[in-house]
Write a protein that binds this ligand. Sequence first.
Ligand SMILES: Nc1ncnc2c1ncn2[C@@H]1O[C@H](COP(=O)(O)OP(=O)(O)O)[C@@H](O)[C@H]1O
Ligand SMILES: [Mg+2]
Length: 316
Amino acid sequence: MDRKSGPSLIERAAQRLADIKHEQAAEPTDPPPPSDVQAKPTEEDGGRTARPSDAPTAAVGPSRARGGARNITIDLDRLAAMGMITPRAERSRMTEEYRVIKRPILLRAFAAGEDAVKDANLIMITSAIPSEGKTFTAINLAMSIAKERDVYVLLVDADLSRPSIMSTLGVKADRGFVDLLEHEEMSVADVLLRTNISNLSVIPAGRPHAMGTELLASERAGQVIDEIAMRYSNRVIIFDTAPVLASSEGGALLKHVGQIVLVVEFERTKKAEVLGALDMLESCEYINLILNKSRTRLAAGHGGAGYYGSYYSSDG
Ligand SMILES: Nc1ncnc2c1ncn2[C@@H]1O[C@H](COP(=O)(O)OP(=O)(O)O)[C@@H](O)[C@H]1O
Ligand SMILES: [Mg+2]
């Protein structure tokens, strides 16, 4: 199907949201989160327990524990208060929506045999223009996937010009992805942070860098991403990136990932902008569209994230 002559994205979105309402009614619940989420102190975090009552309210930095691993504690109460998903068992509309969103992404990420898709466990979150909700989506998707048993998630802040994963998580970090790209002697382990969610790790963006696009397009970036992909082949790796129409950073990352999540802010992003973004991304075969911040009858309530289907470049 030629996407430019088919039903408009917004029409497909409306139809998809209507379908989702029916699907969600019949949706089974997630298995309970791993029992050590939140409650148990881990050996690496020096016994610091993430009880809600002692969760920090201000941003705190990583602590270095025995063995050199660096750990951060994400304040899950604060995240929940921001309306975001946490790996606890609570039910919310957002949790339900992300259950629908993550399912096809995970199926593709871990498809085996004939159905296997190269690098499908490497997922780039992007949008056409700024502030559509990439970081919001990246964190919610990471949290939602971390609710799955036996699935490990690595969340990478690759939006080098406007990084905001760490500030949203309420954690300070002095170095990250950009430092790893710049310094050949550094390894992934130097910038990877374990969290109080046992199956979620984070790589911060690092300090701001004027040459973000060049670094992401460099040979070194290819090596780093290959290292991440090989070392963590059993993991879903989520890259929060820059908006494609506003920056060339995302384009540089594109060739390394197997799936894209294109976040579209409902009623703000113009159809031409969405189509422009799809054109820029078309070398990736698997693009998942998320309609974000919808406040329509179909996704009643405030600020929802409706999933409206996959767009396959190969259809065009
Ligand atoms: N579905 C949503 N519901 C409510 N607020 C949202 C939603 N998505 C994004 N936001 C808010 O919109 C703002 C921009 O989102 P953000 O994820 O930072 O955008 P981006 O990373 O694309 O620039 C943030 O304040 C974020 O909390
Ligand atoms: Mg962002």
